[in-house]
Design a protein around this ligand. Structure first.
Ligand SMILES: [Fe+2]
Ligand SMILES: [Fe+2]
Length: 375
């Protein structure tokens, strides 16, 4: 009798791999503490209560009038950025489907058409005017492009931005606590961002994105959802849930640049490859940023592991996530066409530049917070 593996059929090998459930060890009632934390609606947002009147007017305007409004803002970068990012943020709440979005528990065909038209007009302005990038390198080979992205991931201005040195070396406890609220908002729906990324990919790039999503979802274990670690941070912070609720109302538009840019890429199928490159850069930032955040937390006495787990876990996980994203691109079959490769490269550079702009503004925002014990 020959080795049994030689006689195994393709069907038998498929069944052998997939008959055991991926949930075998996790599909059981979690501990009481986890159940208690899962009583909170996530993301911890309030119900939609109507659009900002300015956005209502914009949605009601003709395309020509919308265009005139946007052109009229271009001379004023602050007003332009606030208009684009404030309103896109409201519209993207709808795209993610939670209760802070406009039509997430009922449909309204006429209003949704107006919202969609406004989304497209705002995104056109975002890409053609707000986020215009200079010349970028071009590639025809996916391996060369992946090597370039590894290099970009390690050297772009967002990696060791002074914001994170400020957090590590100077920020007061109050400033760090405020920054943790910003980070919670920035990361509260990353699992859905990754889920949107999966749609429309194929082959190894899809496998890599899906594996990342499975990690985000705790590989099926409720206590290891990455968002659960944010729940723990809020729970361990004095009046944390209410503090976030109050803070969110005034969360500045420039705290949403990277999230909005990512959503703009993720929600338009033609920009899916750009979203892949964007996400690769986001993942590569995590380790250098979170190491500095943890050092800053240590410096000001935020030592509770409940508050740190989101950051400590990601420091360990995300270098692998970003390597997998570039390896997925190298191994992709069918091989990527030059326009797809250059879309990925564009998305990565867009992420880098957008991150730099956001971190510049956040540094000014945090420095302006009055603190009792300024370091
Ligand atoms: Fe994560
Ligand atoms: Fe990750």
């Amino acid at each position: 009798m020959s080795d049994s593996t030689e006689t195994t059929t393709a069907s038998e090998r498929a069944i052998k791999q997939q008959k055991p459930s991926s949930l075998t060890r996790s599909l059981k009632t979690p501990a009481d503490e986890a159940l208690r934390l899962y009583e909170h609606y996530w993301p911890p947002v309030e119900h939609f209560e109507g659009f900002d009147p300015e956005l209502t007017d914009f949605m009601a305007a003709t395309p020509e009038k919308q265009q005139a409004i946007l052109e009229g803002l271009r001379h004023d970068p602050e007003a332009h950025g606030r208009f684009l990012h404030g309103h896109l943020g409201s519209i993207y709440a709808h795209s993610f489907g939670y209760r802070d979005g406009a039509f997430t528990r009922h449909t309204d065909d006429t209003a949704e058409i107006a919202q969609f038209a406004a989304k497209i007009a705002l995104e056109r302005e975002l890409f053609d005017h707000w986020a215009a990038l200079g010349d970028l390198p071009t590639f025809t080979d996916q391996t060369e492009a992946a090597n370039h992205l590894d290099e970009l991931a390690a050297t772009n201005p967002g990696v060791v931005h002074p914001l994170f040195d400020f957090i590590r070396d100077e920020a007061s406890r109050e400033q760090i606590e405020r920054f943790l609220l910003c980070e919670t908002i920035r990361n509260e729906v990353v699992d859905d961002e990754v889920a949107l990324l999966v749609v429309g990919l194929q082959g190894m790039m899809k496998a890599v994105a899906a594996a990342n999503l499975w990690d985000e979802c705790g590989r099926g274990k409720l206590e290891n959802f990455h968002t659960y670690w944010l729940r723990r941070l809020l729970e361990a912070t004095e009046d944390g849930w209410n503090t976030l609720d109050r803070y969110r109302v005034g969360h500045p538009w420039f705290g949403k640049l990277t999230s909005n840019t990512n959503a703009a890429l993720l929600t338009r199928p033609a920009r899916k490859m750009m979203a892949y490159g964007c996400f690769l850069v986001f993942e590569s930032w995590v380790e250098p940023h979170f190491v500095r955040i943890l050092d800053g937390m240590t410096r000001v006495g935020l030592l509770d592991d409940e508050k740190r787990i989101y950051f400590t876990a990601h420091v360990a996980i995300d270098p692998r996530h970003s390597r997998e994203l570039s390896d997925g691109m190298r191994m992709q079959r069918p091989r990527l066409a030059p326009d797809e490769i250059n879309d990925i490269v564009y998305g990565a550079h867009l992420a880098s530049e957008t991150g730099r702009r956001q971190f510049d503004r956040m540094l000014g925002f945090l420095r302006a917070i009055p603190t009792e014990n300024a370091a």
